[in-house]
Design a protein around this ligand. Structure first.
Ligand code: SF4
Length: 248
C-alpha cells in the first residue's frame, strides 16, 4: 500500500506538471512518507465531502460499527476506536462546513423552508461554536451528541437534515445518533430546504424533462411526473420560505 501511494503521488505530480496546474501538485509530507494511516484520513475526508459523501459515510459508519464490534481482540480491537474516532471527526467537520454555509446563506438574506426551518435558523446563529474549534475525537463526540448543533447536508434529497432522533422518519425503530441519509423520507420533520435547493430542484426537473423527450412513453411519463413533483417542491419552498428577519 505504501509503495502504491508513493507511486500514485509521483503519477499525480507528473500529470500536474504535464497539464501546467502546479496548484494540484501533492506536496511532500512534512512527516515523511504518506503511509496508510494518513491515506485513511484523506480518504475519510473525501468520503465526507464529495457529493453524497455523507451518505457513503453513514453507510460505512453503520457498517464499520457492526464490523468492528464483532472483532474481539488483536489488531481489530486496537484499530476499532481509531477508525470510529476518525469517522466521528470527519462527520463533525463536514457538519461544521454545512452549518457555516447555512449561516452565510442566511446572512445574505437567503431563505429556508421546511418543518425544521426555524430551528435551523437558531442553530445557524450558533455556528460560531464551530469556528476556531479544533475538532478532536472528544469534541466530535460531544458535537454529534448535541442534536441542536448537527445539520447534515443531503444533496441527493435536495435537503439539509437538522437531525432530531425523535422525529427522524428514516429509522424510527432503531436507536442511532446519525441520520440514515440514503433513506431520507419526504415529509420528515427534520427537513430544511434552502433557496439553492429550490434552484437545484428546478434544474433537475429540466434535466428530467429533456430526458423524457427521448424516452419511450412509460419511462417518459414517469420522468415527467417526477419533474412535476420536483417543481412542486421548489414552488412550495418559494411560497413558504422564511428569512432571519421573519424568524425574529
Ligand atoms: S428522513 Fe429525516 S432524519 Fe432521516 S435523513 Fe431525512 S430529514 Fe434526516
Amino acid at each position: 500500500m505504501r509503495d502504491r501511494i508513493e507511486a500514485f503521488i509521483a503519477w499525480a505530480n507528473a500529470e500536474a506538471t504535464k497539464h501546467d496546474v502546479p496548484a494540484e501538485t501533492i506536496p511532500p509530507g512534512p512527516h515523511g512518507v504518506i503511509g496508510t494511516a494518513r491515506s485513511r484520513r484523506s480518504l475519510a475526508w473525501h468520503i465526507a465531502r464529495r457529493p453524497g459523501g455523507l451518505v457513503a459515510l453513514a453507510i460505512q459508519y453503520g457498517y464499520l460499527r457492526t464490523a468492528f464490534s464483532t472483532v474481539t481482540d488483536g489488531y481489530g480491537s486496537r484499530s476499532r476506536s481509531g477508525i470510529h474516532d476518525l469517522i466521528d471527526i470527519e462527520t463533525a467537520c463536514a457538519v461544521a462546513d454545512t452549518v457555516i454555509g447555512l449561516k452565510d446563506h442566511l446572512a445574505d438574506g437567503g431563505g429556508v423552508s421546511g418543518p425544521a426551518a426555524r430551528r435551523a435558523i437558531k442553530a445557524a446563529a450558533k455556528a460560531p461554536r464551530f469556528a476556531g474549534t479544533v475538532i478532536t475525537a472528544a469534541t466530535a463526540k460531544r458535537l454529534i451528541a448535541n442534536e441542536d448543533a448537527m445539520i447534515y447536508d443531503n444533496p441527493q434529497a435536495f435537503v439539509l437534515c437538522h437531525y432530531k432522533r425523535a422525529q427522524a422518519l428514516c429509522h424510527r425503530d432503531g436507536v442511532r445518533d446519525t441520520p440514515t441519509l440514503d433513506r431520507c423520507v419526504p415529509g420528515c420533520g427534520n427537513i430544511i430546504r434552502t433557496d439553492e435547493h429550490a434552484a437545484q430542484l428546478r434544474e433537475r426537473a429540466e434535466f428530467l424533462d429533456k430526458r423524457a423527450a427521448f424516452a419511450a412513453r412509460p419511462i417518459g411519463d414517469r420522468l415527467r411526473a417526477n419533474a412535476i413533483r420536483l417543481r412542486d417542491l421548489a414552488d412550495t419552498h418559494d411560497r413558504t420560505h422564511i428569512t432571519v428577519k421573519d424568524a425574529t
